[in-house]
Design a protein around this ligand. Structure first.
Ligand code: MOS
Length: 736
């Protein structure tokens, strides 16, 4: 009788709203009397603002306010840090002093009655700078590598990796350089701010609405309950909207200063300045192995870039500790501080970069050994997580290889580089492993059962595109025993029960488990109320002698159809509501190592004369616990693969060393894959039952989908051309 909806490939419940334009994104919430703000971005890369000439701009038609550090209100910038903010350092205080810390830092905000007038005024504002030359290249020899303060895993070691490397029969020892990337979702950052007395409403693009509420409250020194953040839809984000960046503060500041609702949308160019980026990384991987392919030593050293004012860290080297079996492992993680804005998590943060280096080095080792790259990984499959001596809650890496190899046709590959051709094109096939932690953060959820038999579920979560609306509706429908049409799921408001950030691949685990708990709580409450209601058939029954099946309540064993939520709520005369929270059992977290694993196969075609590299097809297989919606999960995976193609072959933010200006801060020169770059992509899921991770058995999928792609492409490029490229993106000139 139970409605089985978890595991069904349902289309998106919000699909119609999205394609018909009724889904409203932050900038769609136009307010009465709204005016328009435009940020003026610094055109110096370091130094101070020496002069502001705003008189001419203030007299331009339609201009309402010109706010710079000279006339901006001093904001309290109260203490507030969530886990999304770097643990060390202090966020940028916008328009609070004359210092310029990086190119593109907001130095003024202009407000006018129309967007055109605000843009024209902003572009006319004259600022003079005392500029110095910034340092923006982490490879600059004057830049010191610092130990991130308070980072738990900056240095790890087991055995003696350096000694074993020196004596290893077979070894590789190479360095890797991955370019800075910017997230570049379709929807730009946008905020509409409106004050009503001392209460502020923000319609704002955010992956973490409850944190945006707390952050803006702290910056303005007002109680969090005076701030409401609303964000029902997000047009892609990839991590760029995890933090609350300066433009949100500026929109709220401008709204308060002018007494009007203010709309502020960043330009594509401005999204390269103050909204985070994947840090450029410099890495070394050294691997020693016996002639049979067993690893004897693994050294992974890496450094990421950060700003001068905050230490952004990511898990660059962590996976090297657990992904394979190796008795001697040493990892080191460092930061290089530059005159840039603080980086931020970008899809697959840490692992995407670290695994690139490791998986390229393993491929290289497989050639030194004359061993199939999959067989090399098989020979180093660990029994347990050797970095902390815990069993894996589940691990299907080799099954993923088997499944993906079958779909891909790996057996057709001839191992010799340059040995496969299609006409004049060189064909290459490459593989790589992927992994990402299966996190679970505390979350809450509320459920209301209504007289018409429907249920309303609400959580302050976000949906940046993976299908959160749909998958959460499925969890609620299944737990309540209702058809999905009778469940309405809402998210994206800071006054809903709090959720963690929509990131880290933990939304399904965290929010899903909370929804499940809230649905169970509301059923228990309904039973307690129903047995006390003499108009209902279960009246007088013992609570534990009553059961829910298929959304209906009856005495256990009673053959009658029982009564529905609608019958019960109608009889009681008011909705039944419950709120519940969920978090991971700390004992289980202590006992198991929890990660998703996957295997990615790529075929490329390289033109030997002009060096163009095309990905022809990719096949990934993933062990991610239970798959709530295979259609959405496959879409999530192919999206991640596309991001991986971008990382491997296209994406690179280039900074001018003279002033730190991103020279390709627009979609014409910052290349991302387009339809013609995307061939056949396939995602498969291996059957995996993980009873430990959370009550739903889900491990998360958003990040791992990108993780193994770039090394699989690079390894395929080597197979096609015989050229080993250790810098990303791989360019035409690298293979000629
Ligand atoms: Mo994801 S980088 O945590 O949005």
């Amino acid at each position: 009788m139970t409605t089985r909806v978890i595991g069904k490939p349902l289309p998106r419940v919000d699909g119609r709203a999205k394609v018909t334009g009724s889904a409203r994104y932050a900038a769609d919430f136009n307010q009465p009397g709204q005016v328009y703000a435009v940020i003026v971005s610094a055109t110096a890369g370091l130094g101070r603002i020496a002069g502001v000439d705003s008189a001419m701009v203030e007299s331009m038609p339609g201009v309402i306010a010109v706010i710079t550090h000279r006339n901006a209100p001093r904001l309290p910038y109260g203490e507030h840090k969530s886990y999304i903010d770097p643990a060390v350092g202090e966020r940028l205080h916008v328009l609070q002093d004359d210092r310029v810390r990086f190119y593109g830092q907001p130095v003024a905000i202009v407000v006018a009655d129309t967007l055109d007038r605000a843009e024209r005024a902003a572009s006319s504002l004259k600022l003079a700078y005392e500029a110095e030359r910034p340092i923006v290249d982490p490879a600059d020899p004057t830049v010191e590598a610092i130990v991130p303060e308070g980072a738990r895993h900056a240095d790890t070691s087991r055995g003696d990796a350096d000694a074993m490397l020196a004596g290893a029969p077979v070894m590789v020892d190479e360095t890797y350089d991955i370019a800075r990337e910017n997230h570049n979702p379709m929807e730009p950052h946008a905020t509409i701010a409106a004050w009503s007395g001392d209460r502020l409403t923000l319609w704002s693009k955010s992956q973490f609405v409850v944190n945006e509420q707390a952050e803006i409250a702290a910056i303005f020194g007002i109680p969090p309950e005076n701030v409401q953040v609303i964000c029902p839809f997000i047009g892609g984000a990839f991590g760029t909207s995890l933090r609350t960046w300066p433009h949100v503060t500026l929109a709220a500041m401008a709204a308060r200063q002018t007494g009007r609702a203010v709309k502020l949308v960043l330009t594509r160019k401005q999204m390269f300045f103050t909204t985070g980026h994947r840090p450029r990384t410099l890495q070394r991987i050294a691997i020693g192995a016996n002639a049979d392919g067993r690893l004897t030593s693994l050294i992974h050293e890496g450094a990421g870039e950060t700003s001068r004012y905050e230490q952004f860290t990511e898990a660059l080297t962590s996976a090297s500790g657990y992904i394979y079996s190796c008795p001697n492992v040493r990892t080191r993680y460092r930061l290089r501080q530059l005159d840039i804005g603080t980086p931020n998590h970008m899809r697959g943060p840490g692992e995407a970069s670290g695994i690139f280096a490791l998986e390229c080095a393993l491929d290289e080792l497989s050639y030194s050994l004359g061993l199939d790259p999959i067989e090399l990984r098989r020979r180093n499959e660990p029994e347990i997580d050797e970095s902390d001596n815990k069993p894996f809650s589940s691990r299907s890496l080799m099954t993923c290889y088997d499944v993906a190899a079958g779909h891909f046709g790996w057996s057709r590959r001839t191992p010799e580089p340059r040995s496969m051709r299609d006409g004049r094109l060189l064909i290459g096939m490459g593989v790589a492993s992927a992994t990402y932690p299966a996190y679970h953060a505390p979350s809450s959820a509320s459920v209301r059962l209504l007289p018409d038999g429907t249920a309303e579920v609400a959580v302050a979560a976000s949906d940046m595109g993976p299908g959160t609306y749909t998958s959460m509706t499925q969890v609620a429908a299944e737990t309540l025993g209702l058809p999905v049409e009778q469940v309405r799921f809402s998210l994206g408001r800071s006054d809903y029960p709090p959720a963690p950030s929509h990131g880290g691949s933990w939304t399904m685990a965290s929010v899903g488990s909370a929804i499940r708990a809230a649905c169970i709580a509301v059923q228990e409450k309904a039973v307690r109320q129903a047995v006390a209601d003499q108009r209902l058939t279960v009246f007088g029954g013992a609570v534990d002698a009553i059961e829910w099946t298929g959304g209906r309540l009856r005495r256990r064993g009673d053959p009658s159809p029982g009564q529905s939520y609608g019958d019960i709520v109608s009889s009681l005369g008011k909705p039944i509501e419950a709120e519940a929270s969920s978090q991971r059992d700390p004992d289980v977290a202590e006992r198991y190592s929890m990660h998703s694993f996957g295997a990615v196969f790529v075929e490329v075609a390289v033109d030997p004369d002009v060096g163009t590299i095309r990905v022809r097809r990719a096949v990934g297989a993933y062990g991610i616990g239970r798959v709530v919606n295979p259609r959405l999960a496959a879409s999530q995976c192919t999206g991640g693969m596309i991001g991986g193609i971008g990382m491997a072959l296209m994406e690179r933010t280039v900074l001018d060393p003279r002033d730190g200006r991103p020279v390709n801060a627009h979609m014409a020169d910052y290349l991302v894959p387009v339809n013609l770059d995307i061939p056949k992509l396939e995602a498969h899921f291996v059957e995996e039952v993980d009873p430990h991770v959370n009550p739903l058995g889900v491990k998360g999928l958003g990040e791992i989908a990108l993780v193994g792609m770039a090394p699989a492409v690079a390894n395929a490029v080597f197979h096609a051309t015989g050229k080993r490229v250790r810098t990303l993106p791989i360019r035409i000139e690298d293979v000629l």
